[in-house]
Design a protein around this ligand. Sequence first.
Ligand SMILES: NC(=O)c1ccc[n+]([C@@H]2O[C@H](COP(=O)([O-])OP(=O)(O)OC[C@H]3O[C@@H](n4cnc5c(N)ncnc54)[C@H](OP(=O)(O)O)[C@@H]3O)[C@@H](O)[C@H]2O)c1
Length: 275
Amino acid sequence: MPRDLTGLPIVITGAGTGIGRATALACARAGMPVALAGRREGPLREVESAITSHGGQAIVIPTDVADADASTKLIKETIERFGSLYALFANAGYGLRGPVHTLSDTAIRDVFETNFWGSLNIIRPALAHMLEHNTGKPDRGHILMCSSCLSKLGTPFTAPYSASKALQDHFGRGMRHELRPMGIHVSTVHPIGTRTEFIEAADRVSKGSGKSIPPPRAFTQPPERVARALLACLRRPRGEVWTSHTVRFAFAAATAFPQLADWGIARALRKRNPH
Ligand SMILES: NC(=O)c1ccc[n+]([C@@H]2O[C@H](COP(=O)([O-])OP(=O)(O)OC[C@H]3O[C@@H](n4cnc5c(N)ncnc54)[C@H](OP(=O)(O)O)[C@@H]3O)[C@@H](O)[C@H]2O)c1
């Protein structure tokens, strides 16, 4: 039986735009009270009113996930307002573009601070609550991290980003097995190119390193596609959430045949920059 999510509170980071926004709306429609987090208050307020105007429950707690104290406060405030916490979607993240040798240590560290440490900053206090308070329930909680299909393959000009997503993936798998006996589900989400503010945000922080080349529209998906898959995972927990079987199998093949993958990457780069 799929789980009835009605009344089960969830915290979503990066909830003001893109995948986080679409997921917040989908969770609220499923009856979950939603705590919306992100740095900019404006987009979060817009999502809040979209939810509450349809009878859903939402609160806004502006938070920078790279700040561990602020992240702990986010979880504490959510529990105070909703009375408990069932799920967490650590979704906040951004891309960085450029050849590694041209990127500063600070720029690379910052990506890890948000994408990886930002996930851990929020998971730790949420998990502490789930383990201490959601006792006596077979399903005590669900932690989801927005990784990426690129977690499975390092790619040129996005290596720090892919590496930060691989960290989420590896921690997710390890924690899944550590926590399952305690009734906590851990899932990683692996979207392909998704039509959000992601590219614009990456270009903003990567200024001077050349503009991103987005994948052709036919190979991208709307954020609602990821939100639907994530909701299905909340209802029937699974380890990894994928939204494209083709990409999933292509990346599995790339891991199994690294020389073939390198040949394909080099060919794509030559096509892009023939000189
Ligand atoms: N779009 C894609 O092609 C794609 C593919 C695979 C995976 N992903 C992953 O999907 C997740 C969501 O990205 P998206 O595509 O929906 O792009 P997006 O629209 O740019 O959303 C990213 C969100 O993260 C928030 N954020 C960034 N840094 C933050 C911080 N330090 N603290 C709190 N919030 C922060 C941003 O809000 P504020 O700026 O207001 O803080 C924004 O709402 C990311 O983890 C990304 O890596 C995206």
